[in-house]
Write a protein that binds this ligand. Structure first.
Ligand code: B16
Ligand code: MG
Length: 216
């Protein structure tokens, strides 16, 4: 029996995945990189800020020092955080609140497992900060998904074994991380075709979780 659901944040609970893309695109434009696409952005899902930057820099022959890379990542984050100014509960993805309410009724714990260091701000702005029993994010970790660290920390904070947890993810790196950590994995959105996932759905809203054996 499942005792907890660990949610990825960007692209699973909130629409911030698009804002990440726009901020990276803006940085790429500034660097004269014209070939950065949505497909490149799909590979940035779930991975850390610095790993995401490397995906942008693959597109240029210019070599940057580690110090310059930190500056570029900071520049992108400034653009991204500015774009979060107007974020509100309206930016939660459809069905999220209902699913959290369903889990509460079933006494199933909930946690966040996000690579984002902006997690506290996003939870605050969208008004869901108090909906979770534990929060594990980029501020707690040293390793990027597909390493399972962020999810193992979430399980630890909940006081549960990995096998008692199910992860909901929209990134291939995140699905791989959940499986590397010995957890069940539900793939939504961009990760939907990932063969490693135990369950798949277009989105939380379209997932028939009420009839899923995980919660029986
Ligand atoms: P930040 P998630 C991830 O969040 C994003 O999917 C990924 O695109 C981003 O690079 C990463 O957070 C780090 O975010 O720059 O805000 O610290 O999907 O794991 O919730
Ligand atoms: Mg995500």
């Amino acid at each position: 029996m499942i005792k907890a659901v660990i949610f990825d944040l960007d692209g699973v609970l909130v629409t911030t995945d698009e804002l990440h893309y726009l901020a990276w695109k803006s940085l790429a434009d500034d660097l004269g990189i014209t070939t950065f696409t949505k497909e490149d952005n799909v590979r940035q899902r779930g991975v850390s800020r610095m790993a995401s930057l490397e995906i942008v820099l693959e597109k240029t022959p210019t070599k940057y020092t580690d110090e310059q890379k930190l500056e570029l990542a900071e520049k992108k984050n400034t653009i991204y955080v500015k774009s979060l100014e107007g974020l509100s509960a309206e930016d939660l993805l459809p069905g999220v609140k209902d699913f959290i309410a369903f889990l509460k009724v079933k006494s199933i714990k909930t946690a966040i497992g996000s690579a984002s260091k902006n997690t506290p701000m996003i939870l605050e702005k969208t008004g869901i900060k108090y909906d979770f029993d534990a929060i594990s994010c980029g501020l707690d970790t040293t390793k990027s998904k597909p390493d399972p660290e962020v999810f193992l920390i979430a399980a630890q904070k909940l006081g549960l074994k990995p096998t008692e947890c199910v992860v909901i993810e929209d990134s291939d790196a995140g699905i791989q991380a959940a499986k590397n950590g010995g957890m069940y994995a539900v793939a939504v959105g961009a990760a939907m075709n990932n063969p490693l996932a135990d369950y798949k759905a277009e989105s939380i809203d379209s997932w028939d979780y009420r009839n899923c054996d995980l919660f029986m």
